[in-house]
Design a protein around this ligand. Structure first.
Ligand SMILES: Cc1cc2nc3c(=O)[nH]c(=O)nc-3n(C[C@H](O)[C@H](O)[C@H](O)COP(=O)(O)OP(=O)(O)OC[C@H]3O[C@@H](n4cnc5c(N)ncnc54)[C@H](O)[C@@H]3O)c2cc1C
Length: 434
């Protein structure tokens, strides 16, 4: 996909065509066509800059299209800047000057002025009324076209070098093509869902250019849960169970293994191995893990097993026999979750309650609150150290005329539209200053 630039701007990008495309010295090259890159490129184009946006995929914004389960939770309705910044915890102190220029109110206006109708859901989460991330994508692509941005997809940048003498960046594309730019915006994203194009190479270039990239220190850690009932289970181990991870209700992965309940949540090898992936999901989504205590039995077989147990001991109370099927520490919490009175005699347990119990034992929901690291429940996104970026402009403090935006920055944030808000804010500010 190439949107051609036909305007003359300082003679730099006038009437270029693909064969001599590499010889132009671009005023601005944005690397990475995700939400942050699209916002920055569109804004710089709107200001009359000659902008080239390079994206390695065939299309822009592949990750954007899967956000919010395909519905795109594009921000959170917290118009007061300080309230919004509090959500970013210790990173919030860095973000003030960027949010002072383009915060939630401006984002809502930006999309509304371009015809996107939004709606608010739980906890202030804002979605397009269409329930389609595609509608957000359409607005951004229109913004790029209106700004006269040249978009070149299937263009993977493999190297960025700074030519100090010429005051230019030299970019090398996979395949060898060279592109020169007076200013460069890096918007290559983080490392989650690499199939969308976010494979983290931006971090390698930035390290070579002298930046510090903070790693996620919480790679193998237990998880804190939001469900108070798990506290009663500290020390209980469940073996041979199936764990299924969901982000915003979308299934992510399943794993067979073992789980240990701790006082704060869950641990054990399977959880520890999943913790980094879950930490990344937590930066943008609500994460739930479903436990299947009987992965080898389907629902019908488990229903029969429960029915046999209740029939054989028909005069006993359900709370006194369920421990023959599941660990005894789980009996009370499971009956509570299923809404069944433990004193009910087995012969009187209603069919609907039996079905509810079976469904629960096949998918006990655990709501993940955070990673339990050295400082308890810290989520770290990893990325470029914030001290190295001037948030008034998003320009690097290490390399002049290099701008860093979006997921490439080390900003911890909860789920609820806060990640995309960061993309809009940092992208807009970079585009306004580059
Ligand atoms: C499943 C899922 C659901 C999410 N849901 C939400 C949500 O509802 N709300 C929310 O706020 N956030 C959500 N997020 C987070 C949000 O998607 C990210 O914060 C956001 O996409 C980051 O945008 P970005 O532009 O910084 O990077 P990305 O979206 O990762 O885009 C980076 C782009 O750079 C390109 N690129 C990378 N390297 C190169 C290269 N060498 N050359 C050229 N191009 C390159 C990539 O192909 C990619 O298109 C979700 C994330 C996931 C994975």
């Amino acid at each position: 996909m190439v949107y051609k630039e036909n305007r003359s701007r300082d003679g730099l990008a006038s009437g270029f065509s693909l064969p001599n495309f590499s010889r132009a010295v671009w005023e601005v090259v944005v690397i990475g066509g995700g939400p942050a890159g699209m916002m920055a490129a569109g804004r710089a184009g709107e200001r009359g800059r000659a902008v080239l946006l390079l994206e390695k995929n065939e299309t822009l914004g592949r990750k954007l299209l899967i956000t919010g389960g395909g519905r795109c939770n594009l921000t959170n309705n917290k118009p007061a800047v300080r309230t919004m910044l509090a959500q970013y915890r210790q990173s919030g102190q860095f973000l003030f000057s960027a949010f002072a220029q383009f915060a939630v109110r401006e984002v809502l206006d930006f999309f509304a002025q371009r015809g996107l109708v939004l709606k608010e859901e739980n906890d202030g989460r804002m979605f397009p009324k269409s329930n389609r991330a595609q509608s957000v994508w359409d607005v951004l692509v229109q913004f790029l076209k209106a700004g006269g941005v040249t978009v070149k997809t299937k263009s993977e940048v493999s190297k960025i070098e700074k030519n100090v003498a010429l005051g230019q960046f030299s970019l090398t594309l996979k395949g060898g093509e060279k592109i020169a730019a007076r200013a460069c915006v890096v918007a290559t994203g983080g490392t989650s869902h690499p199939e969308t194009g976010s494979t983290g190479e931006g971090f390698e270039w930035l390290k070579r250019l002298g930046h510090t990239v903070v790693e996620n220190n919480f790679a193998l850690v237990p998880l804190a849960l939001a469900d108070p009932w798990v506290k009663r289970l500290g020390g209980v181990t469940l073996s041979d169970i199936k764990l299924t991870v969901f982000a915003d209700g979308q299934k992510q992965s399943t794993h067979l293994g073992k789980l240990l309940f701790t006082h704060f949540g869950v641990s054990g090898p399977t959880i520890l191995n999943l913790s980094q992936a879950i930490g990344e999901l937590l930066t943008h989504s609500q994460v739930t893990i479903h436990l299947d205590l009987f992965p080898k039995l389907d629902t019908v077989a488990l229903r029969d097993k429960l029915q046999t147990l209740l029939t054989v001991e028909s005069n006993k109370k359900i709370k006194n026999v369920l421990g023959k099927l599941i660990p005894s520490a789980l009996v009370e919490p499971m009956l509570d979750l299923a809404g069944i009175d433990g004193a009910t005699p087995n012969h009187s347990v209603r069919r609907a309650d039996r079905l509810k119990l079976v469904a629960l034992l096949k998918a006990i929901p655990l709501r993940v609150k955070g990673l339990l690291g050295a400082n308890k429940a810290i989520i770290s996104a990893g990325g470029v150290a914030l001290e190295e970026v001037n948030f008034k402009t998003m320009e690097s403090r290490i390399v002049p005329r290099l701008y860093l935006i979006g997921d490439i920055l080390n900003i911890a944030r909860p789920s609820g539209g806060y990640s995309l808000q960061l993309c809009w804010t940092t992208g807009f500010v970079a585009g306004s200053n580059v």
